[in-house]
Design a binder for this molecule. Structure first.
Ligand code: UDP
Length: 192
């Protein structure tokens, strides 16, 4: 995708539809991909945290997750077509994952929330195989990474909140080819 730089963060210039189609192609081909859905809070944080800014530059796709980013892009004379949120992208990928029988790994949120999310996904998206789930309050990263790799997921949704989730993905994504996506508080929303 063409990108538009806002506060030195490269946002992809595309629509929800085209973006999800690209992700589906990437997943089907087992490409290694890192998605960040960046809201204004993330942009502000990146300005004062160069290590996080560097991680955003490592992502394959940074999407404008928030009307503030869309407005900013317009003001700068480099408009972006529409908002692409983590939650909407997650739901679309779940629907596709159900239809095409994909394997997913869920990482993050509190144990009770994670259990509710798993129950909901089993009910609403039975075509998906949940090959692993780990709450977001673990101490050692190494066993979690080993668990992810052993589970052979197509898509890994990391819901430990920013900046933690992006640092985690940037650190470990090279160990295993899949779609790695930070989804913030999405598990809490899914759990209702
Ligand atoms: N979370 C987690 N581990 C942590 C801190 C947070 O799994 O060490 C989870 C938390 O339970 C919630 C999610 O991260 O489900 C998002 O948290 P928050 O709303 O603070 O982050 P944001 O949505 O702003 O990225």
């Amino acid at each position: 995708f063409e990108t538009v730089s806002i506060l030195d963060v490269p946002f992809i210039k595309t629509t929800n539809l085209a973006f999800v189609h690209q992700l589906e192609t990437d997943v089907a081909a087992h490409h290694n991909r890192f998605v960040v859905t960046a809201n204004p809070e993330i942009l502000m944080y990146a300005r004062t945290h160069p290590d996080y800014q560097a991680v955003l530059h490592q992502a394959d796709y940074v999407t404008p997750d928030g009307i503030g980013v869309i407005q900013g892009a317009k003001l700068l004379g480099t408009p972006l077509p529409e908002r692409i949120t983590g939650y909407d992208t997650l739901l679309t990928l779940l629907t596709w994952g159900h239809q095409t029988h994909r394997r997913i790994f869920l990482l993050g949120a509190k144990p009770a929330v994670l259990a509710q999310v798993q129950a909901k996904l089993r009910h609403d998206y039975p075509g998906i195989e949940i090959v692993g789930a780990q709450d977001g309050y673990f101490q050692d990263e190494a066993p979690v990474v080993a668990q992810i790799i052993a589970a052979k997921p197509d898509m890994i949704f990391v819901a430990t909140g920013f900046p933690k989730q992006e640092f985690f993905i940037a650190k470990y994504r090279q160990r295993y080819d899949a779609l790695w996506m930070g989804v913030g508080g999405s598990f809490d929303v899914l759990a209702g």
